[in-house]
Structures are given as structure tokens and as C-alpha cells.
Design a protein around this ligand. Structure first.
Ligand code: SF4
Ligand code: SF4
Length: 167
């Protein structure tokens, strides 16, 4: 797997080609087949073990906590709701439909690489990098963005170029 530290360099280097490949996919790929290919590549590259050493997503982004999670998250950290929000969250973000953690790296990332929220972490964190989810053809812009952050996404996008014979 590529070193997460090298992803920004390759993101800039491959940027034009990555967008051209997106256009190519929009013209030639079918939704169902593309989702199946992404799922297979996700199984090839994604592992909890690698994620434990990487955590680049938590270092380069921060959590969005949905309104409905706040009470259970506060309780999980043995805090009252007000203290939890004052300590960890910015105000409500209408575009994200939730409350963003105050800082990047994410405020809930512990020094040992684990998430302070454990199984209470947001669904969006549990699903990241979304490469095994449906609708990948619609989500290509986000996939390209995530090649800068996630080694799994980087490798999947590079493998897709080979699968489609794109040079
Ligand atoms: S999802 Fe991607 S960026 Fe996040 S820890 Fe796993 S490999 Fe790293
Ligand atoms: S809430 Fe946890 S899993 Fe989500 S970005 Fe923050 S540290 Fe990572």
C-alpha cells in the first residue's frame, strides 16, 4: 500500500488524468458493473488492520456529528450534552447537516490512533471511504478527492484505470 504521506504528491501529479478518466467512465461504465468492480477492489485493499496504522482520514478531516448522535456520544464520554458540545464541536453546519468537530486532525482521534467515540462514531466515519457502497459512478468527484487522503481509494482508482484500459 502507498504511504499516505505520498498521496498529496500523486494527487497533484495525476489530477488532469484523474478527471479525464472520470469523463471516460461517465461515458463508458454502467452503474451496476462499476459498483461491483469497486466492491471487489474494496475487498482487495481495505482492511481494519491497515486502517489502524493509517488513520489519514481522521488526521486530514474531522467528524461531522449528526444532531441525533450528540446525546449518546456525550454519554459515551461520560459528559453532559452541553460540556460535550462546548468541548468538541463547532456550531451547526447547514451544508454538512451536523456539528463539525472543532479541529483537524479530528478532536476524537486519540494518540494511539483509536477513535474516542468507538462504536458511537458517526455512520459517515464507519462507511468511509465508501468504496463498497452503491452509487460510485455518481460519486466520482468525491472518489477523486479521496485519492488525496485514503490509500485504499488511491489504489482502487489506479486499478480501475487498468481494468478499463485507460492510459
Ligand atoms: S479509510 Fe483510508 S484513510 Fe482512513 S484509515 Fe483506512 S486506509 Fe487510511
Ligand atoms: S470521529 Fe473518530 S473515526 Fe470519525 S474522523 Fe473523528 S477520530 Fe476519525
Amino acid at each position: 500500500m502507498i504511504d499516505p504521506e505520498k498521496l498529496e504528491y500523486y494527487f497533484r501529479k495525476n489530477e488532469k488524468k484523474n478527471f479525464k478518466f472520470r469523463t471516460f467512465l461517465k461515458m463508458h461504465a454502467s452503474d451496476e458493473e462499476f459498483d461491483r468492480q469497486c466492491r471487489e477492489l474494496h475487498e482487495k485493499y481495505y482492511s481494519e488492520e491497515f486502517c489502524r496504522q493509517c488513520r489519514n482520514c481522521c488526521r486530514k478531516m474531522n467528524a461531522v456529528i449528526p444532531e441525533e448522535d450528540i446525546e449518546k456520544d456525550a454519554a459515551f464520554l461520560q459528559l453532559d450534552k452541553e460540556t460535550f458540545m462546548d468541548t468538541y464541536l463547532k456550531g451547526y453546519d447547514v451544508f454538512e447537516d451536523g456539528y463539525k468537530a472543532k479541529h483537524v486532525p479530528c478532536d476524537f482521534l486519540r494518540d494511539d490512533g483509536e477513535c474516542m467515540l468507538g462504536e458511537c462514531r458517526p455512520v459517515s466515519c464507519k462507511l468511509y471511504p465508501y468504496t463498497d457502497q452503491e452509487g460510485r459512478l455518481e460519486g466520482l468527484l468525491s472518489m477523486i478527492d479521496n485519492t488525496e487522503i485514503c490509500p485504499v481509494v488511491y489504489h482502487i482508482y489506479e486499478d480501475l484505470k487498468k481494468i478499463y484500459g485507460f492510459r
